[in-house]
Write a protein that binds this ligand. Structure first.
Ligand SMILES: C[S@@+](CC[C@H](N)C(=O)[O-])C[C@H]1O[C@@H](n2cnc3c(N)ncnc32)[C@H](O)[C@@H]1O
Length: 252
């Protein structure tokens, strides 16, 4: 009872601090400056997870850890594999969940339009590989979507992460294809919504930019789907995140 009380007090303090941080103009201006400069510096390419490069900001990795611990998914669906760091991260979190009494056979399903042979080999040779299945193909292609639904049939608690092609059209198609697989209480996390908040012309060599990116796709999807809400407490907590407005919680 005493421990429960201490835990609740700690949680209440965190929530109170997050609300205050969200209205702290100085903090918000500084984090916005950092995000703009760090995007220019290609900060997200600096990290690895258990030896594999992971193209994420550390803050988002910690948020994913909190979500995976809280939701205890038995399937994580990820679009966008690249070097495999996010797949290895998810598999390692599922391994820890299993060690702590979570689903024993939880697995990760990764999709990518091109899995380079050296990346595939490194992922398949990794100690976490027993929890990982990969499908090569366009994540929005009918035959790929069908394979994902086939796999999802075997599972009860599903978490979805979208991190492939960041154009509005592609992300909207991914949302329409995969968000419905998200279990109630779980999340569909849409990465790189931050693109909308960056200054005009920040991605000159990419097809996405202001007005055409994951955030605009999320806005359109949420207009059609009230079963999801943006979990703003996550971005209030992280401040530094590539997924502002992209942590979508399924509430019904
Ligand atoms: C940002 S990277 C993924 C990073 C990875 N999730 C991580 O955290 O390390 C984007 C990946 O999406 C893949 N991709 C691009 N277009 C795609 C599509 N239409 N379908 C599936 N994957 C796609 C690219 O090949 C690339 O590997």
């Amino acid at each position: 009872m005493l421990l429960w009380g201490i835990k609740m007090k700690f949680e209440a303090e965190v929530q109170d601090r997050l609300r205050r941080n969200a209205c702290d103009d100085n903090l918000i201006n500084k984090k916005n400056e950092f995000l703009i400069e760090s995007i220019k510096a290609k900060y997200s390419y600096n990290f690895s997870w258990l030896g594999r490069p992971i193209i994420q900001y550390p803050q988002d990795i910690v948020a994913m850890q909190e979500i995976i611990w809280q939701v205890k998914p038995d399937l994580i669906i990820e679009t966008g594999i690249a070097h495999g760091g996010s797949l290895i991260f998810s598999a390692s979190m599922l391994e820890l969940n299993a060690l702590c009494g979570g689903p024993a056979d939880a697995e990760v399903l990764g999709l990518d339009i091109e899995i380079r042979p050296h990346n595939r080999k490194a992922i398949e040779d990794h100690p976490m590989s027993r929890r990982i299945t990969m499908i090569e193909g366009d994540s929005t292609a009918d035959e790929v979507v069908a394979q994902v639904y086939d796999k999802a049939k075997e599972h009860r608690t599903i978490l979805v992460c979208l991190d492939s092609n960041h154009t509005h059209e592609h992300v909207l198609k991914e949302l329409r294809a995969y968000a419905p697989l998200t279990s109630v209480g779980s999340y569909c996390v849409v990465f790189d919504t931050l693109i909308e908040d960056m200054p005009e012309g920040s991605f000159p060599d990419r097809p996405w930019g202001k007005g055409n990116n994951p955030k605009t796709a999320v806005w359109e999807y949420l207009r059609e789907h009230d079963e999801f809400v943006v979990d703003e407490m996550i971005e209030n907590k992280l401040l530094i995140t590539v997924a502002p407005g992209g942590y979508l919680k399924r509430v019904k």
